[in-house]
Design a binder for this molecule. Structure first.
Ligand SMILES: [Ca+2]
Length: 450
């Protein structure tokens, strides 16, 4: 069963925007977190790691055109009696962008009422999230045998349309031995205004390389095993010490990185150079792990329904082809889009995950400790509930944020090529597809994905 219903990943839509805006205010990279001895990186946000809803200072800063001016400096955004300038170490309001020194360091937080214990502040701070956004933490990466390599897009123009998927292949380099284990990774997010998610697939064999990302319409068929995921709100992944992902000889020799950019205003002139920093070691671990994406595909949801359900199954006839007696599931991330409200996952009839508060902007990871054993021949059902009351037309399965998905993204080990990356035939009638289409899709999915 789920031992730790992780709440790690709360509320970080547009995480890490602070890296850009920190430079726009005095001491922007060293604003104290009043609840810890740490730093509140997302100074304008309700959670320390940035992204998601803004706090009162963030609202004022945005209204002021994201610039530090005398009027913003003299304002007391959080109403605790100290001006924003006093809190950020610019009491005379003389700081200009680019100044490296201020008279003093930041003494307080301009968007969080202090002291926290005062009753006035407790009311004022009711929306501040002191729990969210645990930063990436992975003690194993400090070991002397572990090295890091960053793979990121070159600065690339984000198309002026709502949804774009851009992909780029990277050969894996910088290995100290013929083969190594990837043991952790963390996102390197450049433009938080547009980054929605990153999927990284492992590649084997010779792949034609390119210096620049391009539209993902050309699938890379030698790169179909998901090895890294990042979604808004995630700080990275640190594998348990018993496993890693094999790279180099016998493993992945390259990665295919997909960025989903969400540009709701179809703005032009935006750029992004996000990517992933991976941690790897020549000291191989006992087992290998990767991700699978299971759930129904090609469903269609009628508009105007408060609770519209769809479901899919990775059936016994598929999993009976596993080479291993069993695999182990270490963590599951529910994945739906904007209309997703609830997910339930059943393994052999037992409910192993219930998420009744799903939010696109605040995904959760459910960890299984000890890992959940999934035997050859077992089946899993993924059931999703959507709220389509905001829609006037059918909503279909698809990649775009305005389309929908219903997937469990699960990390599994040991490595077994007979375990499909995608698996999920519609069940419970796949109610809204035309019968012939549904039959065709079941056949296609059955043959290709399962
Ligand atoms: Ca203040």
């Amino acid at each position: 069963m789920i031992s730790v219903p992780l709440l790690l990943l709360v509320g970080l839509s547009g995480c890490l925007a602070y890296q850009h805006y920190q430079l726009e205010i005095p001491n922007g990279n060293s604003v104290p977190d009043p609840s810890t001895s740490g730093t509140w990186n997302g100074v304008g946000h309700l959670n320390a790691q940035g992204g998601g809803p803004r706090n009162v200072f963030g609202l004022d800063f945005a209204a002021n055109g994201h610039t530090w001016t005398e009027s913003l400096c003299k304002k007391d955004s959080d109403g605790d009696g100290k001006t924003n300038g006093e809190e950020l170490g610019d009491p005379q309001c003389v700081w200009k962008k680019g100044d490296t020194q201020t008279a003093t360091s930041a003494s307080g937080h301009p968007g969080i009422c202090e002291p926290l214990s005062s009753s006035t502040c407790q009311t004022q701070n009711k929306d501040v999230n002191f729990e969210a956004g645990a930063p990436f933490s992975c003690p194993a990466t400090q070991s002397s045998d572990v090295r890091s390599t960053t793979y990121r897009f070159p600065s690339t123009v984000v198309p002026s349309r709502v949804t774009s998927y851009y992909c780029m292949y990277f050969p894996i380099t910088n290995l100290a031995a013929n083969k190594e284990h990837l043991i952790a990774y963390e996102p390197v997010i450049d433009n938080t205004e547009v980054m929605h998610h990153i999927l990284v697939y492992g590649c084997k064999g010779d792949i034609l390389t390119s210096d620049s990302p391009s539209d993902c319409s050309n699938s890379m068929f030698d790169c179909n095993e998901l090895v890294m995921v990042w979604g808004v709100g995630f700080s990275g992944d640190c594998f348990p010490q018993e496993y890693g992902t094999l790279i180099g000889e016998g493993g992945y020799t390259g990665i295919y990185m997909e960025h989903h950019w969400n540009n709701p205003l179809s703005s032009s002139g935006l750029r992004d150079s996000s990517g992933m920093k991976i941690y790897h070691t020549a000291n191989l671990r006992a087992d290998e792990a990767r991700y699978v994406i299971w759930g129904p595909m090609f469903f269609s949801l009628p508009p105007g329904k408060l609770e519209e359900k769809t479901a899919g199954e990775c059936p016994s006839r598929t999993t009976s082809r596993f080479q291993q007696d069993h695999i182990k599931i270490t963590k599951i991330m529910p994945h739906m889009h904007l209309l997703g409200r609830k997910m339930e996952i059943e393994h052999e009839g037992e409910v192993i995950l219930t998420d009744n508060t799903y939010s696109y902007d605040a995904p959760k990871i459910f960890e299984y400790d000890p890992p959940r054993e999934f035997k050859r021949g077992d089946s899993v059902k993924v059931k999703c509930t959507f709220d389509t009351t905001s829609k006037t037309e059918q909503v279909t399965y698809g990649d775009a944020t305005d389309d929908e998905m219903c997937f469990m993204v699960a990390q599994v080990y040991p490595y077994d090529t007979s375990v499909p990356t995608f698996c999920g035939i519609p069940i419970d009638g796949a109610p809204n597809l035309k019968p012939m289409l549904a039959l065709l899709l079941v056949a296609v999915l059955g043959s290709f994905f399962c």
